[in-house]
Design a protein around this ligand. Structure first.
Ligand SMILES: [Cu+2]
Length: 395
């Protein structure tokens, strides 16, 4: 895909044959833009998101955030004109008030058997089904249509009950300038971002190494707040009158192995409400609900989808709303959770999750602590692999 203003030479053209069905693997590799994607005159059937099957559903467009992948089926069932061309297009989904590159990008499907080299003028041929930039209704409806396959062969293993719920606010922050310094951001301040008012500071030493070696430091602590430090009208705040400063640190959320964990990601109105794609490393999760406004722990869980929620690794937290995700913390180690808008991550919109080691043979991070039989197996495997590449070394 390329800019809609691009010339013929550098525009992507994919040849297809009439009557065949194609699998399009779509990856949003943009740094800072959620995207809508559509193909002129063709219906897309979504069958997979983030490497997990979904119930197939037909749609005229998809919404995909940075970090997400979506597989769709497309049947070449159209009768092309003399050019043989149908335009594919992606444009940003806009929820921020800040200026950005909002160009639409295009490529083409070209039916074989049509030999004209002419490319259709992109400005007159964008798919009519491509949602407009502010189309939150489309984004919301598209989400609701995505369901896990939940078949006997591919069951949906969403935790029905949870051991722990953590509520995490997502905020952009305007930090007061330190005394005797000059800050060039908005209102003479600096931009930061935070989760539960903690702007994540990346330590100089590897957190995983500290955890693995059981080292203690003064800067890395496992006391990430499990709810916002102050309750307020998260999505209704008047940003002009608010104190939008954040705190800084490397506070981690630590859970025992096997914890059925629910994380409610709550957008806030600091600076502006915005759609944030939150990515969890090390685990797939289930999006059991999304909503607009403030999450209500007394009412909203009654409406969760615990039958066939979509399973994935990046969730688009709705602009001015919230998303509830559930995961089984069964992958011991240290995992980054962060906004997939790179700009926000660099501002500190991130946190760390520690999943402690369990007792079973495959539940422990530290090999030395694994059961003896398992160590012998590993030693044998290592010997085979090393001799296999011809290293002259006694094992
Ligand atoms: Cu973000």
């Amino acid at each position: 895909m390329w800019r809609a203003t691009s010339t013929e030479a550098d525009t992507f053209v994919q040849a297809i044959e009439r009557g065949k069905t194609y699998l399009l693997r779509i990856i949003n590799a943009a740094l800072n833009q959620e995207l809508f994607f559509s193909v002129a005159n063709h219906t897309l059937t979504v069958v997979e998101v983030d490497a997990v099957y979904t119930k197939p559903f037909r749609t005229t467009a998809i919404m995909i955030t940075p970090g997400q992948t979506t597989n769709v089926l497309l049947t070449a069932n159209q009768f092309p004109d003399s050019t043989g061309m149908f335009v594919m297009a992606a444009r940003p989904y806009l929820t921020s008030v800040f200026p950005f590159d909002n160009s639409t990008t295009i490529g083409f499907l070209k039916y074989e058997g049509t030999f004209t080299k002419q490319i259709i003028s992109p400005y007159t041929s964008l798919p009519r089904t491509l949602p407009r930039m502010e189309d939150t209704t489309f984004a919301s409806t598209f989400f609701k249509n995505l369901r896990s396959l939940a078949s006997a062969e591919y069951p949906c293993n969403v935790p029905k009950r949870i051991d722990k719920r953590v509520i995490v606010t997502i905020s952009l922050n305007l930090q007061d300038c330190p005394p005797n310094k000059t800050c060039k951001g908005y209102k003479g301040k600096r931009f930061f971002a935070s989760m539960n008012n903690q702007s994540f500071v990346r330590p100089t030493m590897s957190i995983l190494e500290c955890h693995y070696r059981n080292l203690s430091t003064n800067t890395i602590t496992s006391d990430f707040p499990d709810k916002p430090p102050h309750a307020f009208d998260y999505t209704g705040v008047d940003p002009v009158t608010q104190n939008m400063n954040t705190e800084f640190g490397t506070k981690l959320l630590a859970v025992r192995y096997g914890t059925k964990l629910e994380i409610v990601l709550q957008d806030t109105g600091f600076l502006n409400v915005e759609n944030h794609p939150i990515h969890v490393h090390g685990h797939n999760f289930f999006i059991v609900a999304k909503g607009f406004g403030n999450f209500n722990a007394a009412k909203d869980p009654a409406h969760y989808n615990l039958v066939d929620p979509q399973e994935r690794n990046t969730v688009a937290v709705p602009v001015g709303g919230w998303a509830a995700i559930r995961l089984n913390a069964d992958n011991p180690g240290v995992w980054f959770i962060h906004c997939h808008l790179e700009e926000h991550t660099t501002w500190g919109l991130a946190m760390g999750l520690i999943v402690k080691s369990g007792q079973g043979p495959s539940q422990c991070l530290d090999e030395a602590k694994r059961p003896i039989g398992r160590q012998k197996q590993l030693a044998k495997k290592e010997a085979v692999e090393i001799t296999g590449v011809g290293l002259l070394r006694a094992i």
